[in-house]
Design a protein around this ligand. Structure first.
Ligand SMILES: NC(=O)c1ccc[n+]([C@@H]2O[C@H](COP(=O)([O-])OP(=O)(O)OC[C@H]3O[C@@H](n4cnc5c(N)ncnc54)[C@H](OP(=O)(O)O)[C@@H]3O)[C@@H](O)[C@H]2O)c1
Length: 354
């Protein structure tokens, strides 16, 4: 069977990356691409690297244009996806790359985003430890999927094994991330001009204000909890992203206090048990730590783990391509699982180097 697909936000970074991956997917036909201010223009004008899709024209993003496909990807600014939910009621599978359907807590949505709250959809991070199982179990047969925030999934994947195994204290987590500016999208912003970021490292959303914080707390609560997920009470994270001059990539350094009585073997064993059999989330050998360059273009999260007994902290360094494993790759991987296709289909495990 070939599934017909519409991709909205197709002129943007996330939509473009979804298209790049789907263009190599044997089970889908990319039938429709939509945009907003650039509607009416050829897709190739905005995504000149997508040569095999040069025949497509960007349509306006309306319910009518999106309806009638087997699968719809929404890659719109947050707050824009919810308006299409009702109109797409008959669409078998809808995957939102935006934040509109990620959060379970209305209070968190109001505090960090604002505007209308929309129901949470199945979270699209298959490898996430959830209670005693993996999130992929919930994605089988799912019809509505919320792809993750790139920073959020990087930090959640970094720490969930330790939280689930009880070897770190989820009440004392510190994450500092080096992030590329593509994470903020393609639209023009003064603080993202080359002259502002080249040769500089620029912190932003410092002091507990970043929108991905509640998403991380929610994921870690699920890691700690049962299938019903327990509340994120007691999960505290200090989260500081720093924009660095690389187009794409996230290097997240997360540290957490070691739980009383946890041995080194318990700690490393928790991450080995979680990711030992995974294709796209890989724990590096002891003493090795990833670079963002190793995962560029790949649907792979690489994780290095250190145990700092002097500081009594576990240190987890994770490298992810924000546009692949952080968004589009996670979305397509979740699509594969939902449809019962091989999970890794069309998804690169190898990066581009140098
Ligand atoms: N960038 C990342 O690394 C990343 C990672 C995870 C999740 N996401 C999420 O993915 C979504 C898209 O992000 P992005 O980085 O791709 O942003 P982007 O590059 O700015 O692209 C935004 C896209 O949405 C379209 N658009 C803008 N306003 C719209 C509206 N009112 N109605 C319909 N379409 C509209 C734009 O069309 P025009 O160009 O025609 O204006 C463009 O195609 C966001 O929700 C973001 O949080 C992004």
């Amino acid at each position: 069977m070939t599934y017909s697909v519409a991709v909205s936000g197709a002129s943007g970074y996330a939509g473009g990356e979804i298209l790049r991956i789907l263009a190599a997917h044997p089970d889908v036909e990319i039938r429709t691409v939509t945009a907003h201010s650039n509607a009416g223009q050829p897709l190739i004008q905005h995504q000149p690297h997508l040569r095999s899709l040069a025949h497509l024209t960007l349509h306006d993003t309306t319910s009518d244009v999106l309806a009638g496909h087997d699968i719809v990807f929404l890659a719109l600014p947050h707050g824009q996806s919810g308006q299409y939910t009702d109109a797409l009621a008959d669409t078998p599978l809808v995957i939102d790359a935006g934040a509109d359907h990620r959060l379970e807590s209305i209070a968190d949505w109001d505090r960090f985003y604002g505007g209308d709250f929309h129901d949470p959809w199945t979270y699209g991070v298959p490898e996430l430890v959830v209670g005693g199982a993996k999130q992929r179990r919930r994605l089988v047969g799912a019809s509505r999927i919320a792809a993750p925030g790139c920073n959020a999934s990087t930090v959640s994947l970094s720490l969930a094994p330790g939280v689930a195994a009880g070897v770190i204290d989820p009440g004392d987590i510190v994450s500092v991330l080096a992030v590329g500016p593509s994470g903020a999208g393609k639209s023009l912003k003064t603080n993202l001009l080359a002259s502002e970021i080249l040769g500089s490292a620029n912190p932003y959303a410092v002091g507990g204000t970043h929108r991905h914080i509640p998403e991380i707390r929610q994921a870690l609560a699920a890691a700690r909890g049962t299938e019903d997920d327990s509340a994120d009470e007691g999960i505290r994270i200090s989260f500081t992203p720093v924009i660095v001059p690389m187009a794409r990539g996230i290097l997240a350094t997360s540290t957490a206090q070691i739980a009383a009585d946890a041995t080194d073997a318990d700690i490393r064993g928790a991450w080995e048990a979680a990711y030992g059999d995974e294709t796209f989330v890989q724990l590096l050998p002891e003493g090795e730590f990833p670079r963002t360059a190793d995962v560029l273009g790949a649907n792979t999260a690489l994780i290095g783990l250190a145990i700092d007994r002097a500081a009594n902290r576990v240190v987890v360094v994770a490298a992810v391509d924000n546009l692949v494993k952080g968004t589009a790759g996670a979305a397509v991987q979740s699509m594969n699982i939902a449809l019962g296709l091989p999970e890794a289909r069309a998804l690169p495990v190898n990066g581009i180097a140098p």
